[in-house]
Design a protein around this ligand. Structure first.
Ligand code: FAD
Length: 564
């Protein structure tokens, strides 16, 4: 059997390597238009920032090493120009010589990846305006920085924009990050993305949200000026366009293969395109969202690699089905890590999927062990308890919690299962009740009715007669509290129940949601049926409502008859 693979990086090489391990006698040709194969594109931002100093470390293989270890015929600098599905040939151009030739195949694998979206900005073609997708891209960016670039504008605050902002700050550049959405990391829910925005600002990145670059103008000596709609003119020695990617499917489209969402390649459960002798894997294909069941584009390395292997398995009779995709992803932005798995609240609302959300802020490991740091965790789950998604920010341990929850979602576990998971624990690594267990417990309490929650939207749209009750200490209250709130520290609540009006809904809050939960349980069992606890406490509320102004001053002595 002769197999031709188009695209020699994540998905394509994963396919080729697995195919060789299953079929020693197959002829396997890999055609890659760029000068490198099997390189670490995920490492490019870290090379830009200097953390990966050795450029060669990114180049995991060469055509020679792949010929020696896997007997693959890897041709770099060979671009596929067209596919003839009926004749089972591809038209190829050797870039260095301009030689055109045809390569026949029995099976074709398309792993052509994705292309950066170039927003229609006048001046986007100027030499200082770049993208980051390949090794040659990072070479050019490094040349600009090594050549004295001091100011950068980055368009787009997704994963690549954020990693590049960090990299360029590490190299000493002044960085302005411009994002069309009203938040960084549009894939996250806004309150979860806010920690990343704050971290960017702490690190000196100028973050411009809800706006766009409308024009780029040459400003002499290779520099450009970026215009924003409010009239600001941001000077830059380099502009990085990181406005997302689109599936690279022009070859497939010209060959008449069926396309789906935003031009992505349609594949069946075995990763076959509409022409069964042609497989499609990686960023170029449309995947099935594991939770919503809907079509999705998930341009990430993990799915691409697994699809490459699954397609080879199917070709050689080993089952080989594509896995539904959760979009589990992680990014480090200076000292903060953000990770997510499954759909967020925005996506669940858009898909019309009923869900609940809880927020909590447990320490990443035992609080008494030095270096503990809060982990901001949001868990999304269905009314029947099935775990649907999670998002987390913090430092060490964000990855572990999101990965555990990703596994739980794949296994169809419920929030009760999360509460009961047995996870590795010693003080430097976690707590006897791990944040994942705690998330399961809070969610279980919500489903059983032992807990009821309120959120920022309730503050913006207060119900009649609601009483805001702050159960933090008097000192915490004095340092900043919600306007109109009353203060009874949770430790004094049993003695001061007489101060709380009966028959009115109580919105209780504290810093993180734990003390207000204790207060809720006490109040519920003492004759107040309508008590709700602020989800994630003020920590979450201040992320949800960034402009929220807190009052300062002494608690009012008399509570009865007051309220909002
Ligand atoms: P690619 O790896 O992009 O490979 C496609 C290849 O096909 C390209 O080399 C292209 O030149 C070639 N090709 C296209 N058309 C033709 C043609 N006509 N003829 C010949 N060759 C062709 N993902 C993560 O999960 N985690 C990360 O941290 C992460 N970081 C990233 C950082 C950067 C800077 C970038 C650019 C991507 C990152 N990704 C990350 C995404 C990840 O790299 C991709 O999802 C993954 O590489 C997709 O694999 P693929 O095989 O579909 O496409």
């Amino acid at each position: 059997m002769k197999i031709v693979v188009v695209g020699g990086v994540a998905g394509g090489m994963s396919f080729a390597a697995r195919a060789r391990r299953l079929a020693e006698d197959a002829e396997i040709v890999v055609l890659e238009r760029d000068p490198y194969v099997s390189y670490a594109n995920c490492g490019l931002p870290y090379h830009l920032g200097g953390e990966i100093g050795d450029r060669d470390a990114l180049l995991l293989h060469t055509p020679q090493s792949l010929a020696e270890s896997l007997a693959l015929d890897v041709r770099t600098g060979h671009e596929v120009l067209a596919i003839d599905p009926a004749g089972r040939t591809v038209a190829v151009r050797e870039r260095a010589t301009g030689r055109d030739y045809h390569e026949a195949y029995d099976v074709l694998v398309l792993s052509t990846g994705a292309a950066p979206v170039i927003p229609p900005i006048p001046g986007a073609g100027l030499p200082a305006v770049r993208v980051l997708r390949t090794v040659p891209d990072v070479d050019v960016l490094r040349e600009l920085v090594d050549g004295g670039a001091r100011r950068a504008v980055i368009v787009g605050a997704g994963f690549i924009g954020l990693e590049s902002a960090e990299a360029l700050r590490h190299r000493g550049l002044a960085v302005t990050l411009v994002e069309l959405a009203g938040q960084v990391m549009p894939a996250l829910d806004p309150e979860m993305a806010r920690s990343i925005e704050l971290e960017l600002r702490r690190a000196g990145v100028e973050v411009r949200l809800g706006t766009s670059v409308t024009a780029l103008r040459e400003a002499g000596r290779g520099t450009v000026t970026a215009s924003l709609p409010d009239g600001s003119q941001v000077p830059a020695d380099l502009v990085l366009l990181a406005a997302g990617v689109r599936p690279e499917t022009s070859l497939a489209a010209a060959a008449g293969l069926a396309l789906g969402t935003r031009g992505a390649l349609l594949v069946d459960g075995h990763l076959r395109t509409s022409v069964p002798s042609i497989y499609g894997v990686g960023d170029a294909i449309e995947v099935a969202d594991a939770v919503t069941g809907g079509p999705a584009l998930v341009p990430l390395a993990g799915p691409a690699s697994r699809q490459g292997r699954a397609a080879a398995d199917h070709l050689f009779g080993r089952g080989g089905r594509r896995s539904p995709v959760l979009g589990t992803a992680i990014v480090r932005v200076f000292g903060t890590v953000a990770a997510a798995t499954g759909p967020g609240e925005k996506a669940l609302c858009a898909a019309g999927i009923p869900h609940h959300a809880v927020h909590l802020h447990p320490n990443n490991h035992a609080g008494y062990y030095p270096g503990a740091r809060p982990l901001h965790l949001k868990l999304l789950f269905a009314p029947d308890g099935r775990v649907l998604g999670a998002q987390a920010t913090g430092g060490d341990g964000v990855d572990k919690r999101i990965d555990v929850i990703a596994t739980a979602i794949r296994a169809g576990l419920t929030v009760d299962d999360l509460a009961g998971l047995e996870l590795a624990y010693s003080p430097p690594f976690g707590s006897a009740k791990d944040p994942v267990n705690l998330a399961g417990m809070v969610a279980s309490n919500l489903l059983t009715g032992d807990l009821a929650l309120w959120r920022g939207s309730d503050l913006l749209h207060p119900g009649p007669q609601e009483v805001l009750l702050d159960v933090r200490s008097a000192a915490e209250f004095r340092s900043g509290h919600l306007p109109g709130a009353h203060n009874i520290p949770h430790t004094e609540l049993r003695q001061r129940l007489g101060e709380i009006p009966r028959g009115r809904p109580l919105l209780v809050y504290c810093a993180s949601g734990f003390r207000s939960y204790l207060a809720l349980r006490l109040l519920r069992q003492s004759g107040w049926p309508d008590v709700r606890s602020l989800s994630g406490g003020l920590s979450t509320l201040q992320l949800e409502l960034p402009g929220l102004a807190l009052d300062q001053g002494e608690p009012v002595a008399e509570l009865t008859g007051t309220g909002r």
